[in-house]
Design a protein around this ligand. Structure first.
Ligand code: DGL
Length: 274
């Protein structure tokens, strides 16, 4: 298969069901400006959060395989639902380091909480997996969890500043115990951070995995590619759905998509004709 980075350093592969993982990608690009990134958005199959874990696991393996064929040096699973369904297995089967988003978020929340009561919101599948609740409880914390199935649709439709967003966030958060920290346990949710902030007020600290994960990876790469002397890295986006729609949604939600956006079909077709 032809490479997107023929003469350059190997890319870091990042994937999600859609635009959510851009929160992680953009934090990574900020900390590792000279690195190359290959971002895979499975927009033809979004949302993952309502699908059975076995199906999401298969999707995650297919995408990891594609990123490995493209010589990814690291894989970042920028999707809580895929991490909940398959992260330990992905790590076991990958020849390169694989990083998920759940443990780093739990570690940040554990450091942030003062009263020991941490909330987490996520997709149906992530919350049903209990992966966050178990990790928080294993640290002696009280966990409150709430599935918010409609929020991914809002973000994928670009409706992050709508009345509907406010209404739904209020609905999902209307009953909660005295949490002082809330994990945004879906990478789409940071695009609704301003709404969650408005609904919960300043007393609750919001934790998004983007900073935690990007710190971890930048640290493990020794920040080597942050050297100012190096030229800026390249980012390529692959979408399983329509590439123009992906660009459009990203612009609506304020995600800064830089670099080429290519649909997987287009890429496979051009690889065949080479
Ligand atoms: N952004 C993803 C997550 O962190 C997936 C959301 C979805 O496709 O339902 O869980």
């Amino acid at each position: 298969m032809s490479s997107f980075f023929p003469d350059l350093t190997l890319p870091i592969g990042v994937f999600d069901s859609g635009v959510g993982g851009l929160t992680v990608l953009n934090a990574l690009r900020e900390k590792l400006p000279a690195s190359n990134f290959l971002y895979f958005a499975d927009t033809a199959r979004v949302p993952y959060g309502r699908k059975p874990p076995g199906m999401v696991r298969d999707f995650a393996f297919q995408i990891m395989e594609f990123l490995l064929q493209q010589n990814a040096s690291h894989i970042v699973v920028a999707c809580n639902t895929a991490c909940a369904a398959a992260l330990p297995e992905l790590i076991r089967h990958s020849p390169v380091p694989v990083c998920g988003v759940i443990e780093p978020s739990v570690a940040v929340a554990a450091a942030a909480t003062r009263n020991g009561c941490v909330g987490v919101i996520g997709t149906k599948a992530t919350i049903a997996s209990q992966v966050y609740q178990s990790a928080l409880q294993a640290r002696g914390l009280t966990a409150w969890a709430q599935a918010c199935p409609m929020l991914v649709h809002l973000v994928e439709e670009g409706l992050v500043d709508s009345d509907e967003a406010e209404l739904l966030v209020r609905h999902y958060l209307k009953q909660h115990p005295e949490i002082d920290t809330l994990i945004l346990g879906c990478t789409h949710y940071p695009f609704l951070r301003h709404v969650v902030d408005r609904v919960l007020g300043n007393a609750v600290t919001l934790v998004s995995c983007a900073d935690a994960v990007s710190d971890l990876i930048a640290h493990s790469l020794n920040g080597s590619s942050t050297a100012a002397a190096l030229p800026p890295g390249k980012t390529v986006h692959i979408t399983t759905g329509d590439a123009a729609a992906y660009r459009h949604t990203s612009a609506l939600i304020g995600a800064d998509v830089q670099g080429e956006v290519i649909s997987l079909d287009e890429h496979l077709l051009s690889a065949k004709t080479k």
